[in-house]
Design a protein around this ligand. Structure first.
Ligand code: FAD
Length: 330
C-alpha cells in the first residue's frame, strides 16, 4: 500500500515510486504492441476490498493518500459494493489505470520482435556458470555450462531472484509457496466483471481476474516455505481452497478447475525490487523484480538501467538501489 511505503521511505519518494509503477504499466502496453499486439494487454480497474471490518480504516487512509496525489481512485461503501458486485464487503477502493497481459504471449512477442528488428541471437537452455572480469580492461567474461565464453562490457543479472554472487547478502528474501488455477470458461461472469482485477486486504491474499477466453485465473493461499509439493493430490487440495474463495465471492458460479499449479514467490525484505549497479563490481547490474508487482518493477528496471549504463541518473534509482539506506531499517 502507498501508505505503508510512505512510512518506510517518506511520502515524496513513495509517490514518485507509485507514479513510476503507473508509467511502467503504460510502457508494458507499448511493448505489447511491438510484439504484433497479440499479448492480450487490456486496461483494467482493480477492486481492492477490505477482508474484515478491522481493515476499513487503513483502506480509507490509503484512498485519501492516493486521491490527494491525484491517482484515479474511488472509495466504495458496503452498499455501493453490493450494488455493483454479487458480494458484501465492509469497504473497498477501486483504482483505475491498471492492466492485465498474457505473460507467455507477451514474452514470446518481445523476443520475436528483438530477433527481427535487432538480429538478437537467443541461446536457450544455456546456463551461465562462471563470471569474472579482466583487472586491466574491466571486460567481463561469462562462461556457459557448454564451455563457451561471452565477453561483455556490461552484465545485467535479470535472473528472477538473487544470483549466487550475492546470495543472502542483500535481498534477504522471504520465499513463499503460492497456488494458482484456471477455471473452465465463465461467459456470464466475464461479461459482467472482466474489467476488474480483484484482490483483498487479508494476508495471504486471494486474487483473481479473467482471461481473454473467459476463464477465471485466481491465486493465493501462500505458505512460508520454498519447498515444492511432491504430489498431485496435495496440489488439488490447495487449488480447491482457492476455488472456494471464488465461490465465496460468486455463489451462483458453477466452476471447475481446468489447470492448477504452484510456484515459489519471493518477497524482498523491504518489499521493493533490487535494481541498479553492483556497489562493488564495476559494469555489473541487477534487475530483480521480486513480489507481486515484479513484472511492473522489471519494466521500470529496464529504463533505470538504460539510464545508468548510458551515464545518466534516474529519478527512481536511489529508491531501488542495492545500497539504499532504507534497507538498513529492515
Ligand atoms: C504466482 C505469481 C503471480 C504473480 N503475479 C504478478 C502480477 O500480477 N503482476 C506482476 O507485476 N508480477 C507478478 N508476479 C511476479 C512476476 O511474475 C515476476 O517478478 C517476473 O516474472 C520476473 O521476471 P524476470 O524476467 O525478472 O525473472 P524470471 O521470469 O524468473 O526469469 C529469470 C530467468 O533467468 C534464468 N536464469 C537464472 N539463473 C541463470 C543462470 N545462471 N544462467 C542462465 N539463465 C539463468 C532463469 O532460468 C529464468 O528463465 C507474479 C509471480 C508469481 C510467482
Amino acid at each position: 500500500m502507498l501508505c505503508d511505503l510512505a512510512d518506510q521511505i517518506g511520502e515524496g519518494n513513495a509517490v514518485q515510486f507509485y507514479k513510476g509503477c503507473k508509467l511502467a504499466v503504460e510502457q508494458i502496453g507499448e511493448l505489447a504492441e511491438l510484439g504484433s499486439g497479440k499479448a492480450e494487454y487490456v486496461w483494467q480497474s482493480s477492486l481492492y476490498y477490505a477482508s474484515t471490518e478491522q481493515d476499513v480504516p487503513k483502506l480509507k487512509k490509503e484512498y485519501e493518500l492516493l486521491n490527494r496525489h491525484l491517482f484515479e481512485v474511488e472509495y466504495l461503501e458496503p452498499e455501493q459494493i453490493s450494488a455493483r458486485f454479487p458480494f458484501h464487503k465492509p469497504g473497498a477502493i477501486v483504482t483505475h489505470g491498471d492492466a492485465s497481459v498474457n505473460p507467455f504471449r507477451f514474452v514470446h512477442g518481445l523476443i520475436d520482435a528483438a530477433v527481427n528488428r535487432f538480429e538478437l541471437a537467443v541461446y536457450e537452455q544455456t546456463d551461465l556458470v562462471n563470471h569474472s572480469s579482466e583487472p586491466n580492461s574491466g571486460a567481463h567474461i561469462l562462461q556457459t555450462s557448454a564451455g563457451h565464453e561471452v565477453l561483455a562490457k556490461h552484465v545485467i543479472y535479470a535472473v528472477g531472484y538473487e544470483p549466487e554472487e550475492l546470495r543472502g547478502k542483500l535481498v534477504k528474501s522471504v520465499m513463499n509457496r503460492t497456488y494458482a488455477l484456471v477455471t473452465n470458461p465463465q461467459p456470464e461472469l466475464y461479461e459482467a466483471f472482466s474489467p476488474y482485477l480483484f484482490w483483498e486486504t487479508a494476508r495471504p491474499y486471494f486474487y483473481m481476474r479473467f482471461s481473454e477466453d473467459k476463464r477465471i485465473i485466481a491465486g493465493g493461499g501462500d505458505e512460508q516455505t520454498k519447498e515444492l509439493l511432491t504430489s498431485e493430490s496435495q496440489l488439488k487440495k490447495e487449488a480447491a481452497k482457492v476455488l472456494s474463495c471464488i465461490q465465496a465471492l460468486f455463489p451462483s458460479i458453477e466452476a471447475s478447475i481446468d489447470y492448477a499449479w504452484h510456484a515459489t514467490f519471493a518477497l524482498s525484505c523491504d518489499g521493493l525490487p533490487f535494481i541498479g549497479a553492483d556497489p562493488n563490481w564495476s559494469g555489473v547490474y541487477y534487475c530483480l523484480g521480486y513480489g507481486g508487482n515484479g513484472t511492473v518493477y522489471s519494466m521500470m528496471g529496464a529504463h533505470i538501467l538504460h539510464h545508468l549504463i548510458t551515464g545518466r541518473d534516474h529519478l527512481l534509482a536511489s529508491i531501488v538501489a542495492l545500497d539504499r539506506p532504507s534497507l538498513l531499517n529492515v
